[in-house]
Design a protein around this ligand. Structure first.
Ligand code: HEM
Length: 345
């Protein structure tokens, strides 16, 4: 997905972000905290974004009258089950590789059902499109793809509704957590947002810095297709190589003061000791790289920028208590309790 092709979605996505902020205001308790599971909350906002980008439609996660009949709870459960099953099958000792045990059978059944829902979503959208044609800029990415090749569109629907939702929600929560814990940086960001300048370099820098410190994906895996000799290390063919950028991007020799949230390092010029370009070019590649790099990167950046902007414009964030823990699995999950305080600006 290219930034240019995503431009028409900016306005509807901003409307969703404003609705999300209104919902956050309405569900705060008397201490300005949100008791609902914040990760689920954010995943439902991301699902709403995904509905627009993928299918040019809403799931009505915010409307209390429609929330009951909305698909959001089903889609949300699918993302949660996808994560939980992948965690059991791929990250914990499990015998499924030797015989199709219960977890494996549950996972297959789940995938079949989730796939059926994605097929239904896509077919319904295509039928609707035939009855009521939309101008090109109002069509979702999947609608456009399905007009060319429905199978490819379906495969992409699975990616968008599974891998794109929990990654993005976790990424957003990490940015907000670091801003809540660094009030001076938060104020600086708010000033940039309030200035209404169309360029927002500090916002971009905050997002990059959060990805450096709390990456959603801990690394990239590749299977070697030939033998390599890298600085004297022999790597045979057919070896899994893990590129663990989570550790690379927290190394002092790559990023000075690595545990400090310093968005400025992405903005200062090359004579400054914190200049990010002094790090190895592959020290912080949180969307992967090359032909298998993240196809949702531009959409993720755009959605993140829009929601973070609206949240910081509306709330002065604080964090109470212990640091937010991370559960490392298929991707890094920010764990409850989410002790944010959402004060009005
Ligand atoms: C903060 C949010 C996100 C992060 C950190 C992230 C990160 C990643 C990473 C690290 C990879 C593996 C890249 C590689 O091996 O080189 C990946 C792959 C992928 N991502 Fe994302 N992603 C995010 C959001 C999204 C979104 C929103 C979508 C969909 C719209 C998406 C779709 C995909 C797809 C389809 C692949 C597989 C590409 C392939 O194997 O060819 N991602 N992502």
């Amino acid at each position: 997905m290219q930034a240019k092709s995503l431009k028409p979605y900016a306005e509807p996505l901003d409307e969703i972000a404003q609705e999300a902020v209104a919902r956050m205001k309405s569900i705060r308790n008397e201490n300005n905290m949100i008791e609902n599971n914040l990760l689920d909350e954010f995943m439902s906002y991301v699902l709403e974004f995904t509905g627009i980008i993928a299918l040019g439609r809403r799931f009505y996660a915010f409307d209390p009258n429609l929330r009951e009949g909305s698909l959001t709870p089903i889609l949300l459960r699918n993302v949660q089950d996808f994560f939980a099953l992948s965690d059991k099958l791929d990250f914990q000792p499990n015998l499924w590789r030797y015989y199709p045990n219960k977890t494996f059978r549950t996972a297959m059944k789940f995938l079949e059902e989730a796939e059926k829902l994605n097929v239904k979503l896509l077919r319904t959208a295509m039928e609707e499109l035939k009855k009521n044609p939309k101008p090109e800029e109002k069509k979702g990415v999947l609608e456009k793809l399905a007009e060319i090749n429905e199978d490819v569109a379906l495969a992409f629907a699975d990616d968008m509704f599974f891998v794109g939702v929990d990654t993005l929600a976790n990424g957003m929560i990490s940015v907000l957590y670091l801003l809540a814990n660094n009030p001076d940086k938060q104020t600086k960001l708010r000033e940039e947002l309030m200035s209404k300048e169309s360029r927002r370099p500090y916002l971009r820098a905050c997002i990059k810095e959060a990805a450096r410190m709390r990456p959603v994906a801990f690394g990239n895996l590749r299977l070697t297709t030939t033998e390599y000799n890298i600085f004297g290390y022999e790597i045979p063919k057919d070896t899994m190589v893990l590129f663990c950028h989570e550790h690379m991007s927290l190394r002092e020799d790559q990023y000075p003061q690595p545990n400090q949230f310093i968005p400025e390092r992405w903005l200062v010029d090359k004579n400054h000791p914190l200049y990010h370009g002094n790090a190895h070019p592959a020290a912080a590649v949180h969307f992967g790289y090359g032909a298998r790099g993240c196809v949702g990167r531009k959409a993720a950046d755009m959605e993140m920028e829009i929601l973070i902007s609206r949240v910081i414009e509306n709330f002065r964030l604080e964090w109470r208590g212990k640091p937010m823990a991370v559960y490392q699995s298929v991707s890094n999950h920010n764990m409850a309790p989410y002790n944010f305080i959402f004060n009005d600006v």
